[in-house]
Design a protein around this ligand. Structure first.
Ligand code: FES
Length: 272
């Protein structure tokens, strides 16, 4: 974990959202997909209210974050920062995705899950660095993504050409309502799950619950080491001190900034 000043070197608009590329070599080299970075927003008057981002692109010199088109004032401030300005960043937080050495077929599953009263949002864009790395290592990669609106899907040209890409539009989940079978990413799972050696997923807790049900139906058991998920948590300190990120997992209460944010799916839903 380091606190570092990053320089904004590129801004790109995608719809109403923006992508900001930040030059910070020491941080970029320590980051992996799924690890969080806490970015200070505003003019330094609110130092503890950092915004949480997951890298959507990584290289040796820089990392890229995606600012959603929402009403958050910190995000609005970031959308106006001038090229060449510096941002105070704290990262990398926790553990990221890790593809085991022997895994040939990597299945990535994403849901566009904006923040709501049910909890913090998770964007499937956080999977992109893992997808790019797995493809560059010569692994076979399939990516299935669902969103409520077509405009919220990741454009196919953002993926390596070799990635098999499946998309689905589905209405937002309704809390405490059972999932409709065959809707969204679930329609692809009977074909993709037997093929996969490892699953990397980013979405809501309801999305992970449906994934666990599908794994048990298709593969007959959900074992440790098969599926990694990015847990949707709110971070304040990022170092285990504030307890803001505590969550009830299958193995008890844990600080997600220390235990996650990438967890084994079994840690979330249990083995039963
Ligand atoms: S963010 Fe403070 S304990 Fe995890």
């Amino acid at each position: 974990m380091i606190q570092i000043t990053a320089t904004l070197i590129e801004r790109r608009s995608l719809g109403a959202g923006q992508e900001l590329r930040l030059r910070a070599p020491a941080l970029a080299r320590s980051l992996t997909a799924g690890q969080a970075v806490l970015v200070q927003t505003g003019c330094g008057l609110a130092p503890y209210l950092r915004r949480v981002f997951y890298p959507i692109a990584l290289d040796d010199e820089s990392w890229t974050l995606r600012v959603p088109a929402d009403g958050d004032w910190g995000h609005a401030w970031l959308r106006t920062v001038a090229i060449g300005a510096t941002l105070d960043c704290l990262g990398s937080v926790g553990n990221g995705f890790s593809v085991p050495a022997g895994s040939r077929n990597v299945l990535c599953l994403g849901e566009d899950a904006p923040a709501s009263v049910a909890g913090p949002g998770i964007s499937a864009w956080a999977l992109l660095p893992a997808i790019v790395q797995a493809a560059s290592e010569g692994r076979a990669v399939a990516f299935a993504l669902e969103a409520a609106l077509a405009r919220d899907l990741i454009p196919s040209q953002r993926l390596p050409a070799a990635v098999e890409y499946h998309t689905a539009i589905r209405p937002p989940r309704i809390p405490d309502r059972p999932a409709s079978p065959g809707v969204g990413v679930a329609q692809f799972l009977p074909e993709l799950l037997p093929w996969a050696d490892v699953v990397l997923a980013a979405g809501s807790l309801a999305f992970y619950s449906e994934l666990a049900t599908a794994v048990r139906a298709v593969r007959y058991e959900l074992g440790r080491g098969f599926a990694q998920i990015l847990y949707p948590a709110a971070f304040l300190c990022g170092v285990g001190a504030c307890q803001a990120c505590v969550a009830d997992l299958a193995t008890g209460r844990h600080r997600i900034c220390q235990r996650g944010p990438v967890l084994d799916l079994v840690d979330v839903v249990g083995e039963a």
